[in-house]
Write a protein that binds this ligand. Structure first.
Ligand code: SAH
Ligand code: SF4
Ligand code: F3S
Length: 470
């Protein structure tokens, strides 16, 4: 009988994307997917370390698995992902029942490493991704996709910034971009396989290609002066069959007008911008080394909204960065209110060992105060997201069906181009990936309710705007 695997994903979309690739490699090695962790022969924990509770969750899980391993000594346990990359010694010390530890640049070796662990513990951590190495680069590998119509493409690994709170550069290394030709070819391959929606992933997507340009300059080759991310959007937007393009995350300091123009001009690029604010206080932003002020952020946002019709905007905000005063926090509330976010991921600041902000212990905020601020911010964001959703009531939205609603299996859930979720009853079962027009009848803070108007052929914009325009 074939062995079975179970992968638990802790982190962001990049982490989830890596999970899909590990799954595909294990399947290619003859394994099948297990329904539950407890019944699997191979358990992979694909970890994250962006905030402290991600660390704690892993160590809690490892405690639980120790008992499982005592009961079933044949089970193999692998720890992968960002925490593995950062904390390999700690994992070894705290969990001698772990068989394999591998890093974020070793995903392509997952099956071999798990195989080799039959003879004793295996650890493999590569320090950085390699631009033209199709093997070690994320997303160049086959990937198991949970939705047949949607795919992620990692366009850039690592991060060259040094935000004072953030652990990512220490775990994911320097920025390395994948060559545009490879990405466009991959998009075409995906489209040929039935994918209509692609999400481009990177920590700082609008600096995509800077390293490629630097390398070309060094090699004495001609280098275009324009930012390559804008070109990438246009090129992928020209791939026949790709109807929706999303990307995350652009960095506000690098959101150039060329990118905004591409968003406005390429029909497939969705009207949604995830632009992480982090704080509305320019003083705090400077201490974070974010490279923009609150005014500059709002100015970029205005430019994007002026260029892209009906643009939805989401963001990330950290509450309680060391030294954040009540006055700083009020600035965040003001900027959030002015920005009219459609949604926001809000986080309580979490010190990450080794980062600059973690050393500012004497400026850490009072936890009770932070909790209260967090709640006040949530209310402000919820007000604008509810307003944004309510403004859609009475209109008709193009959705792509995701599947049955998680809360009410009698309803279907679809996603609009602006990334809003719409729940609607459907007399007929519609396959995930179906395009449909839905009349919006009601709105909450986090979703819309609708009635199915018609099942549509994929996008009507193709008939309105010829792709040959670029
Ligand atoms: N590269 C992206 C961010 C990736 S991390 C960017 O710069 O926009 C995702 C989010 O996690 C960040 O936007 C930030 O809001 C949050 N985050 C990162 N480090 C954190 C920390 N130490 N404590 C709390 N939130 C954090
Ligand atoms: Fe972290 Fe800043 Fe890089 Fe984003 S841009 S991954 S927050 S260092
Ligand atoms: Fe993602 Fe967490 Fe790593 S947010 S990049 S999995 S630290």
């Amino acid at each position: 009988m074939s062995r079975s695997y179970f992968i638990r994903t802790y982190g962001c979309q990049m982490n989830e994307h890596d999970t899909g690739r590990i799954a595909r490699l294990l399947e290619a090695d003859g394994m099948t997917s297990a329904d539950a962790m407890e019944s699997a022969d191979v358990i992979v924990l694909n970890t994250c370390c962006i905030r402290e509770n991600a660390d704690n969750k892993l160590y809690g899980q490892l405690g639980h698995l120790k008992r499982l391993k005592q009961a079933r000594p044949d089970v193999q346990i692998a720890v992968a992902g960002c925490l593995a990359q950062k904390d390999r010694e700690m994992i070894q010390e705290r969990a001698d029942h772990v068989d394999v530890v591998f890093g974020t640049h070793n995903v392509h070796r997952a099956a071999e490493l798990i195989g080799a662990a039959a003879d004793g513990p295996v650890i493999e951590i590569l320090e950085a991704a390699v631009e033209d190495d199709r093997d070690s680069f994320p997303s160049a590998l086959p990937v198991r996709r949970d939705a047949p119509y949607a795919a992620w493409m990692t366009i850039q690994a690592g991060c060259d910034n040094s935000c004072a709170f953030c652990i990512v550069p220490a775990v994911r290394g320097a920025e390395v971009s994948r060559p545009m030709e490879l990405l466009v070819a991959e998009a075409a391959e995906l489209a040929a396989g039935g994918v209509t929606e692609i999400t481009l992933l990177g920590q700082n997507v609008n600096s995509y290609g800077r390293d490629l340009q630097r390398n070309r300059r060094r090699a004495g080759q001609p280098v275009p002066l324009r930012p390559l991310f804008a070109d990438l959007l246009r090129s992928i937007g020209g791939v026949d069959g790709i109807e929706r393009i999303r990307f995350t995350s652009p960095h506000p300091k690098d959101l150039r007008s060329e990118t905004i123009d591409s968003m406005a001009e390429v029909p497939a690029v969705c009207e949604h911008l995830h632009l992480p604010l982090q704080s509305g206080s320019s003083r705090v932003l400077a201490a974070m080394h974010r490279g923009y002020t609150a005014e500059r952020y709002l100015e970029r946002l205005r430019a994007a909204r002026a260029a892209v019709d009906d643009l939805a905007v989401s963001t990330d905000i950290i509450v309680g960065f060391p030294g954040e005063t009540e006055d700083d926090f009020r600035q965040t509330l003001l900027v959030a209110a002015e920005a009219e976010f459609d949604s926001a991921f809000t986080f309580v600041y979490s010190p990450r060992p080794g980062t600059e902000a973690a050393a500012m212990a004497d400026e850490f905020c009072d936890p009770d105060e932070v909790r209260e601020r967090f709640e006040r911010l949530r209310e402000v964001v919820e007000r604008s997201s509810r307003r944004g959703n309510q403004a859609r009531v009475g209109g008709c939205e193009e959705v792509v069906v995701e599947g049955p609603s998680k809360r009410d299996p009698g309803l279907l859930t679809g996603r609009t181009r602006q990334n809003r979720l719409v729940h609607f009853p459907a007399a007929q079962a519609l396959k995930p990936g179906t395009f449909a027009a839905v009349e919006v009848v009601a709105a909450g803070a986090h979703h819309l309710r609708g009635e199915l108007a018609e099942v549509t052929a994929p996008p009507r914009w193709r008939t309105r705007i010829p792709v040959a325009a670029f």
